[in-house]
Design a protein around this ligand. Structure first.
Ligand code: F6P
Length: 539
């Protein structure tokens, strides 16, 4: 595309430019390069861009048809082409009065119906009205799911801890390693435990295996038969047949639909554990936050469209500056699982190397997304961010207010936390020149070691506090950023065929481990490892 070529040429012109110079040249830069979307304040001034860069990037988006694909998504077109599905997670948070069509049917009434059922159930569990098999109230909820059926609820439960029912416990089991379930239930009373089996397909081997073991644990602990399952197991799924086959009554099933991708599903029934934790009203506030950013993405002009901008900035670095990864660094302990959640959202969506027509792409696609809460990272890997040889664009996320129930002494720590966020953005962008180091009286041989090159791009996202609505806004922002990038790269961001081969091979290899069965076509390395494993297990 000529727009792509133009960006390549422009990149050469910017090769030597430094953020210090860009800020010196333009005193209004910080003010001009900020956006307000709902409660989110976005500062993108510390990026290696000029007005010309942004213009060229927007031209690329226009030429790639980002707006057209976005509109097609919102109106329910089957933009997930390899699975022939609509992509309508935005309908999960649309107001009840909205009309969103998929396959000739308005999906909104169905969404609202499930939300109402979830609300009634959540209220009953929270109030103690829902009793276990022996008549005791539920004290612990264990969500069993993996990928999108785990990461979203687990992340949001941590993020919104301050809003949760503090007399209840919530645990999340995902790994097929038996240790995960063991540690989650070992101190629990089965009579007071509710299992939520979360699986879109209800065929995922990890989840079904853990759910079966959880049922055994429950029935053994209660010394009860299958009739106890109804009071201790609910299912979240699109697959009523498999849910029934597992032994969960569909009265205890909360459904969603194939137009919700797994990694886009936590604001569907998959969020039930979160809804029990924070209550239906707070959950609705979160949905309203999502919707606010959906509307922004759908209607804001390109110059003010935050997901478009963030998506294009990622393309700028990934395709024109050879950046391989993108760090997400929250300055909030409550967002400790946020980056792990984004890893699936981004890497499962855009980790593709063929385009929508099935041809190999000739450009880089999705980045490696990584990160942990910022202050911890500062004492671990920030050294590489500041002085390493790689360009790693980063998002710094922070909140003006700590959440409500901290003791006064701990509230005071908040300024120190946020001072770190601001300091890091500053140091990454502007660094410290050799002359500045020398002026501190540093011996000449140490000057190179103590110099910070700077010029490392960051976006800072600030909000008042991490409320349910703000969490919804943040997630929708990243969802649409990922959408924009997939659209420009012309890949299908909504399938995930790349996870299938490993699943098939695991099924094939398992009998070799357990029974020593011959696996036809097993390569020499894997066959050797299997043999060693069996030897170590004394088989
Ligand atoms: O294998 C990948 C994946 O399909 C993810 O996309 C999904 O979120 C996860 O597995 C869990 O799938 P399910 O909800 O169907 O159990």
């Amino acid at each position: 595309m000529p727009e792509w070529t133009a960006l390549g040429k422009h990149r050469e012109q910017l090769a030597e430019v430094h953020l210090r110079e860009l800020f010196e040249r333009d005193p209004e830069r910080a003010e001009r390069y900020t956006l307000q979307v709902g409660d989110l304040h976005l500062d993108y001034s510390k990026h290696l861009v000029t007005d010309e860069t942004l213009g060229l990037l927007r031209e690329l988006a226009a030429a790639a048809g980002v707006a057209e694909l976005r509109d097609a998504m919102f109106r329910g077109a089957k933009i997930n082409i390899t699975e022939q599905r609509s992509v309508l997670h935005t309908a999960l948070r649309a107001p009840g009065s909205a009309v969103v069509m998929s396959d000739g049917e308005n999906v909104v009434p169905g969404v609202q119906h499930v939300l109402t059922r979830m609300g009634t159930f959540s209220d009953r569990v929270r109030s103690g009205d829902w009793k276990g098999h022996t008549g005791k109230r539920i004290k612990t909820v264990v969500n069993i799911g993996i990928g999108g059926s785990d990461l979203g609820p687990a992340m949001a439960y941590e993020a919104l801890r301050a809003y949760t029912h503090r007399d209840m416990q919530f645990r999340f089991v995902s790994n097929v390693d038996g240790a995960d379930l063991h540690e989650a239930v070992r101190d629990l009373d089965p009579a007071e435990t509710l299992f939520i089996i979360a699986s879109k397909t209800f065929t995922t081997i990890e989840t079904i295996t853990n759910a079966t073991s959880a049922r055994d644990w429950l029935l053994t602990g209660l010394r009860a038969g299958g009739e106890a399952v109804a009071k201790h197991f609910v299912a979240l799924s699109t697959n009523a047949e498999k849910v029934t086959e597992f032994g969960i009554d569909t009265d205890n099933m909360f459904e969603f639909w194939d137009w919700v991708g797994g990694r886009y599903s936590f604001d569907s029934a998959i969020g039930l554990s979160l809804m029990i934790a924070i209550g239906p009203e707070r959950f609705r506030e979160m949905l309203a936050g999502f919707h606010l950013v959906d509307e922004h993405f759908r209607t804001a002009p390109p110059e003010e469209n935050a997901p478009l901008l963030l998506g294009l900035l990622g393309i700028w670095y990934g395709n024109f500056w050879d950046a391989q990864s993108h760090a997400v660094l929250p300055y909030s302990h409550y967002l400790s699982k946020f980056t792990a959640y984004l890893q699936q959202l981004d890497m499962e969506s855009n980790g593709k190397s063929v385009d929508r027509e099935g041809k190999r792409v000739g450009w880089q696609t999705g980045p490696v997304v990584w990160g942990t809460p910022g202050t911890n990272g500062q004492h671990a890997y920030y050294q590489l961010l500041h002085q390493g040889t790689k360009m790693i664009p980063a998002d710094l996320l922070g909140f003006a207010e700590p959440v409500a129930d901290l003791q006064p002494g701990l509230v005071a720590q908040h300024d120190l936390l946020m001072a770190n966020l601001f300091a890091q953005g500053q140091a990454l962008a502007f660094g410290k020149t050799p002359d500045e180091v020398r002026a501190e009286g540093v011996a000449e041989e140490l000057v190179p070691h103590k110099t910070f090159p700077g010029n490392r791009p960051t976006t800072t996202i600030l909000a008042g506090e991490l409320s349910p609505s703000v969490l919804g806004q943040l997630i929708a922002l990243y969802e649409h950023k990922v959408f924009v990038q997939g659209a420009v790269w012309n890949i299908d961001s909504f399938d995930q065929w790349g996870v299938e081969l490993g699943k098939v091979l695991a099924k094939r290899v398992e009998p070799a481990l357990t029974e020593g069965a011959d696996v036809p076509g097993l390569d020499a390395s894997t066959a050797g490892l299997v043999a060693k494993y069996r030897e170590l297990r004394g088989r």
